[in-house]
Design a protein around this ligand. Structure first.
Ligand SMILES: Nc1ncnc2c1ncn2[C@@H]1O[C@H](COP(=O)(O)OP(=O)(O)O)[C@@H](O)[C@H]1O
Ligand SMILES: [Mg+2]
Length: 296
C-alpha cells in the first residue's frame, strides 16, 4: 500500500480543534507525521496533556485518516505544547480566544478591520471585546465615538483598584486614548509600553469573552513581543493594501508571528481598500489606491 502524506494532511484538515473552532492543521497541532508501510503516526500538540478534548481529538484523527486509508494502522501521540501550560496561567482565563489584528504598515486599515471583525463576531452571537494596543496611535476611541471618555475605576474583591473597560454596542473596550490625551501617547517608550499592556490584561475587569480582538500597532516591535509573552494569542489576522510595499511589510509581520518561539497561527490576510463598489453601480469597481486594475 502506498500512502500519500498529503492525503493524510487533507484528511486531518477535517478535524476541528474544539478549543478554537479551527482545523488542527491550520492550528499547527500536527507534528512528526511518519508513514512506514501501513503504519501512520503523528504527534498531536495540545495546550496541555490534561486537555479535556484529548480523547475526542484522538478518535476524530483516527476516524478522518480511516476515511482515506481504511487499512492503515494509525497511531496518534499526544504532547503538551512547549509553554502551552501558560494558557492555564493566562492572566485572562475567562477569555477563550485572543485574536491579534496586525500589519506591516500603518494606515492600511487595521483598526477598521479590528472594529468590523468585533462587530461581525458580535452579530453572530459571540461575546467580544476590543483592546487597543496601538499605544502610539490609538484610534479605537474615535472609531467607536468614545473620545474623551474616561474608564471607571472600581475596587476588586481584594480592595485593589481595577479599570472598567468602556462599552459600546455591547463590546467592552480599552484604549490608552481613554487614559491619556491621544496626542500624548507618542512619548511612551520601551518598558512603559510593556507595563501598560500588562495592565490592560491584569488590571482591567474583563467579562467572560469568546473573542478579544487586539488592534495592534504597525510593524514587528516591542508591543507585539510583549503581547505574545503576556498572553496566549489564538491567531493573527493580517491587514494589507494592494501595494507591493505594504505586501512586503505584511510578509515581514507574518514571518514574525511564525517564528518558532512566537508561533502564532495566521488565521487570514485581509486585502483592504483594494476597490469600492457604489450601491447604484454594483458592477463597477473603483480602485482607490492602485493604477493597475489587472486582477483576477
Ligand atoms: N475599506 C475601507 N474603505 C474606506 N476607508 C477605509 C477603509 N479601510 C480603512 N479606511 C480608512 O482609512 C484610514 C486608515 O484606516 P485605519 O483603520 O485607521 O488604519 P490603521 O489602523 O492600519 O492605521 C481611516 O481613516 C479609515 O477610516
Ligand atoms: Mg490603527
Amino acid at each position: 500500500m502506498t500512502i500519500d502524506k498529503q492525503k493524510i494532511i487533507e484528511a486531518l484538515r477535517t478535524v476541528m480543534d474544539p478549543a478554537t473552532g479551527q482545523d488542527i492543521i491550520r492550528m499547527r497541532m500536527v507534528e512528526n507525521l511518519e508513514v512506514d508501510d501501513k503504519n501512520i503516526s503523528f504527534t498531536l500538540v495540545l495546550p496541555s496533556l490534561n486537555s479535556p478534548v484529548k480523547s475526542q481529538l484522538n478518535f476524530a484523527c483516527i476516524g478522518a485518516v480511516g476515511q482515506v486509508y481504511p487499512d492503515a494502522d494509525v497511531h496518534v501521540h499526544m504532547k503538551a505544547k512547549a509553554g502551552g501550560e501558560r494558557k492555564s496561567s493566562s492572566p485572562v482565563p475567562q477569555i477563550r480566544n485572543i485574536i491579534a489584528v496586525g500589519s506591516g504598515k500603518g494606515g492600511v486599515g487595521k483598526s477598521t478591520v479590528a472594529v468590523n471583525l468585533a462587530l461581525g463576531l458580535k452579530e453572530l452571537g459571540a461575546r467580544v471585546g476590543i483592546m487597543d494596543v496601538d499605544l502610539y496611535g490609538p484610534s479605537i476611541p474615535t472609531m467607536l465615538g468614545l473620545q474623551g471618555q474616561r474608564p471607571k475605576i472600581k475596587d476588586d474583591a481584594y480592595g485593589r483598584p481595577k479599570i472598567m473597560p468602556i462599552e459600546k454596542y455591547g463590546i467592552p473596550t480599552i484604549s490608552i486614548g481613554y487614559i491619556i490625551q491621544e496626542e500624548a501617547a507618542v512619548v511612551l517608550r520601551g518598558p512603559r509600553l510593556g507595563a501598560i499592556i500588562q495592565q490592560f490584561f491584569k488590571d482591567c475587569i474583563w467579562p467572560e469573552l469568546d473573542f478579544l480582538i487586539l488592534d495592534l500597532p504597525p510593524g514587528t516591535g516591542d508591543i507585539q513581543l510583549t503581547l505574545v509573552q503576556t498572553v496566549p494569542i489564538t491567531g493573527a489576522v493580517l491587514v494589507t493594501t494592494p501595494q507591493e510595499v505594504a505586501l512586503a511589510d505584511a510578509i515581514k509581520a507574518m514571518n514574525m508571528f511564525q517564528l518558532p518561539n512566537i508561533n502564532v497561527p495566521i488565521l487570514g490576510v485581509v486585502e483592504n481598500m483594494a476597490w469600492f463598489t457604489p450601491e447604484e453601480l454594483p458592477n463597477n469597481k473603483y480602485y482607490l489606491l492602485v493604477k493597475v486594475v489587472e486582477r483576477n
